[in-house]
Design a protein around this ligand. Structure first.
Ligand code: TRP
Length: 478
């Protein structure tokens, strides 16, 4: 047991959870999804989901970590024993480990692009470049497996180094330097955007709520994004929760994490769209928003190369602080279960994720079409991996909500949550019913996107199984 292993300070969990939450999801995915899905209406749904589903599940996941005080897999094994529930709930840990591994594999490749752009910006290579040049440059990066592998390797190795140094010397110290720096850079970029861009247009775009702008797809994206951005449903938060001080308030911490994470997404959105509108560019550019549209905006602005470079350093830092939380749950498991040293465990996890990442690398070039993935699932390996994580994350969140809502006893939960009975009851309704309902909705819509019947069938079996188990849990708890 690693019960004695706790963060140095009461507030470190908050720092670590914010580090995990704030990442490419806030700086890259949130702005482009907002751009594609009608601005304010998208944000409204996103904020509602964060509040009604995200925060309660964030509390549930942290709670599972803190009560078990072990890595997600071992922690769930422990909880299923002490609560006399089916061993099947251990799948929360396994599913989390699988998602962490899959997300890390492509997250590192995309973060690697930011490394490329940091370099391009700081060397002034894009100063004065036109749209064609910049978009051709991005295409050239995607067409080069060698270059992408190089950046992917550098990024993942750096993240691994931090985790290998341990939760105190590596993760805590790293975050204590990185996070404040990231907030300062974000503010600098916002101010730059206000001065050089069109912040009014950006604010109008982000905060005008016109619900008619939102399609069903947009709803689903907003809900999926609120999960992704809080790092929910895959053990990262649980692993960090295992080190959380017993004195820190779960509720207040979870609200703070959600608040900071949302604020960062909004500020990043405001800064990015100010620049995009200021340069008279399009908002609905999809994933290329950060790597094509934004460099183009910087290309013609005063000190654009410098501020652009600093902006991509921000992206890199945010990505590193997230990727270390993807390595931690699996590494901690290997240490606990097989008595490995931390550097050994990290090396194994990261080499496997690195190799998996090569599938994402080649999905943009040599394996862009005509592979077994295209034949079976109608998409590239990268898109398939992303789809899998889009299924695993909500599924993990669903199971976490059900387990925390039905299997943990009232006295256990109240010990973790504090003694306010009204809040306890509200939280329990949210994790027992509201969360699972919302997640199932997102989840069921994601699945039919896969051509073929393997995944839908698997998903249906898992959902039915989850609810059957929920019923049994309730009986055994009663
Ligand atoms: N929250 C991260 C972001 O916004 C992405 C992410 C999803 C993540 N799940 C995670 C990060 C788990 C760490 C651990 O970029």
């Amino acid at each position: 047991m690693s019960g004695h292993n706790v963060w140095t300070h009461k507030g470190t969990f908050l720092l670590a959870a914010v580090g995990s939450a704030v990442g490419l999801g806030n700086l890259w995915r949130f702005p482009y999804l907002t751009g594609e899905n009608g601005g304010g209406a998208f944000i409204l749904v996103y904020a509602l989901t964060i509040f009604a589903v995200g925060i309660p599940i964030l509390i549930a996941e942290t709670m599972l970590g803190r009560t078990s005080r072990q890595s997600p897999i071992m922690g769930m094994r422990h909880l299923t024993k002490t609560h006399k529930t089916s061993r099947a709930w251990e799948s929360i840990g396994w599913l989390g480990a699988a998602s962490a591994f899959l997300i890390l594999s492509f997250y590192s490749v995309i973060a690697g692009w930011a490394l490329h752009y940091t370099w391009l910006m700081l060397t002034g290579s894009l100063v004065g470049a036109d749209a064609q040049t910049i978009s051709a440059g991005f295409d050239a990066l995607l067409a080069s497996p060698g270059l992408m592998t190089l950046y992917h390797t550098l990024f993942i190795a750096f993240s691994a180094l931090i985790v290998a140094m341990g939760i105190h010397k590596g993760i805590e110290s790293g975050l204590r330097i990185m996070m404040p720096a990231l907030f300062v850079i974000l503010i600098v970029v916002l101010i730059y955007g206000i001065i050089n861009g069109d912040v009014r247009a950006a604010a109008r775009f982000l905060f005008t709520f016109n619900i008619a702008d939102l399609s069903l797809e947009g709803w689903l994206h907003a809900m999926g994004q609120s999960f992704f951005t809080l790092s929910l449903g895959m053990g990262a938060i649980m692993a960090y929760g295992a080190y959380m001080s017993s004195e820190a308030s779960l509720t207040r911490t979870a609200i703070a994490v959600a608040f900071v994470d949302t604020a960062v997404a909004m500020v990043a959105g405001l800064a990015i769209f100010s620049l995009v509108f200021g340069a008279g560019l399009e908002t609905g550019q999809g994933p290329g928003l950060m790597f094509v549209t934004l460099p183009l905006a910087f290309a013609d602005m005063p000190f654009g190369a410098l501020v652009g470079g600093v902006f991509f350093i921000l992206v890199l830092g945010a990505a590193v602080s997230s990727s270390i939380s993807l390595i931690e749950p699996v590494a901690a498991f290997l240490v606990e279960r097989f008595d490995m040293t931390r550097p050994q465990a990290v090396t194994i996890m990261v080499i496997a994720a690195w190799a998996m990442g090569l599938l994402t690398v080649v999905s943009f070039n040599v394996w862009a079409e005509g592979t077994i993935f295209h034949a079976l699932f109608g998409r590239s390996a990268f898109e398939f991996i992303e789809l899998l994580t889009n299924i695993f994350m909500p599924l993990g969140g669903l199971l976490i909500a059900l387990f925390a809502g039905w299997a943990l006893t009232q006295s256990e939960v109240m010990k973790e949550l504090g003694t306010n009975i009204t809040w306890f009851k509200t939280w329990r309704i949210l994790v027992r019913f509201v969360g699972p309902a919302a997640v199932s909705f997102v989840f069921l819509r994601t699945i039919p996107q896969v051509e073929g019947y393997v995944i839908p069938t698997l998903g249906a079996v898992l959902i039915v199984g989850a609810f059957a188990l929920g019923q049994r849990l309730r009986k055994s708890a009663a």
